[in-house]
Ligand binder design. Structure first.
Ligand SMILES: [Zn+2]
Length: 136
């Protein structure tokens, strides 16, 4: 039963990613029908996405994670930008420990994002209007 549900989720995920000829993947938007984002590939690496989530922060977005999940490509983000907090003084140096704590929080956030993608409930949300509105 569980394996069956996972299989269904995988097929749904696969349907949202389409491989194009010019080293790009096309990803269906999670929030709006008829909107597509383009994921760029370099060799076998997923390097960027045209969605606002990625272009705004340079953090790996859900489309890139999804593409990673349904293809054999790896995600390459050597220069990922970690957004700063508005309240911090511009010239204030972050200690190594603070940097690690921040990275840890981001990793956890990304893990949560992946988790929500691989649960059936996530896809079920899209079946009614209220659920659809709650997907960002
Ligand atoms: Zn994206």
């Amino acid at each position: 039963m569980k394996a069956c549900a996972e299989r269904l989720v995988f097929e749904e995920a696969e349907r949202r990613i389409e491989e194009l000829e010019n080293n790009q993947l096309k990803a269906e938007s999670f929030s709006t029908d008829e909107i597509f984002y383009f994921i760029s590939l370099e060799d076998v690496q997923i390097v960027s996405c045209t969605c606002p989530g990625y272009t705004g922060s340079s953090l790996i977005c859900k489309h890139m994670f999804l593409a990673h999940r349904v293809t054999n490509y790896v995600i390459s983000q050597p220069q990922a930008v970690i957004p700063t907090h508005g309240s911090r003084e511009p010239d204030q140096e972050q200690t190594l420990e603070e940097q690690r704590a921040e990275k840890r929080r981001l990793v956890e956030k990304i893990q949560d994002g992946i988790q929500s993608l691989i649960t059936v409930e996530y896809w079920r949300q899209a079946e009614n209007v209220e659920g659809l509105d709650s997907i960002s």
